[in-house]
Design a protein around this ligand. Sequence first.
Ligand SMILES: Nc1nc2c(ncn2[C@@H]2O[C@H](COP(=O)(O)OP(=O)(O)OP(=O)(O)O)[C@@H](O)[C@H]2O)c(=O)[nH]1
Ligand SMILES: [Mg+2]
Length: 217
Amino acid sequence: MKVVLGKDLLAANENKAAKNRELFDQAGILVVNLISSPGSGKTTLLEKTARFLGGDLKMGAIVGDLYTDRDARRLSEAGMVTVQINTEGVCHLDAKMVARALQEMPMVSLDLLFIENVGNLVCPAAFDLGEHVKVAVLSVAEGTDKPAKYPGIFRESGAVVINKSDLLPYTDFNVKNCLDDLRGIKENMAIFITSAKTGEGIDQWCKWLRESKGNMI
Ligand SMILES: Nc1nc2c(ncn2[C@@H]2O[C@H](COP(=O)(O)OP(=O)(O)OP(=O)(O)O)[C@@H](O)[C@H]2O)c(=O)[nH]1
Ligand SMILES: [Mg+2]
């Protein structure tokens, strides 16, 4: 019985996600769903992205958070148009929540829309929001084994950002082993090694975003 309910829930979500995607395509915006465990650096990465690309691309962010609007305020200060979703304890965003937030988002004026999912490496992978691409963010402080232990999100993602590279000297994170595991899960994904603190690798990440947006046309 539980399995059937789960299937119905996901089928309803898929329908809503398809409608969101239609709206994104009509508006001609690239939509990126950022997923990671709490604190890997999603918001900091977006702050850096806003500053790097803000001169020529107009960006918005729908920010999922359990209770606060702290991340949305940070991204507004960095120059993004933001809409906050508070899930009130729910551990992932779903397509219906995003559809509601879109009513407040001036999509036609945007080039790029980010959806910062609730910090959680498991549940968000199951919920299509209508995005064009999922990006998994993993910080080196979390350990090399995370892709192998939580393969679902990495399999679903078109790109992976390995963040906090400035902390590499202070951790036992093994870049080569992590890359091998990622390639084992999915061969054709873009991988970026960044420090949202120092700015390392942000140029390559932003280049990929710009090219991905360009490829839509
Ligand atoms: N050293 C270092 N710290 C970072 C980096 N990126 C983010 N941080 C720090 O990591 C902490 C969490 O960063 P956030 O950007 O808030 O992480 P998040 O993934 O948005 O967190 P949630 O929204 O709570 O899931 C903050 O103290 C950041 O300053 C980085 O590249 N290097
Ligand atoms: Mg955040």
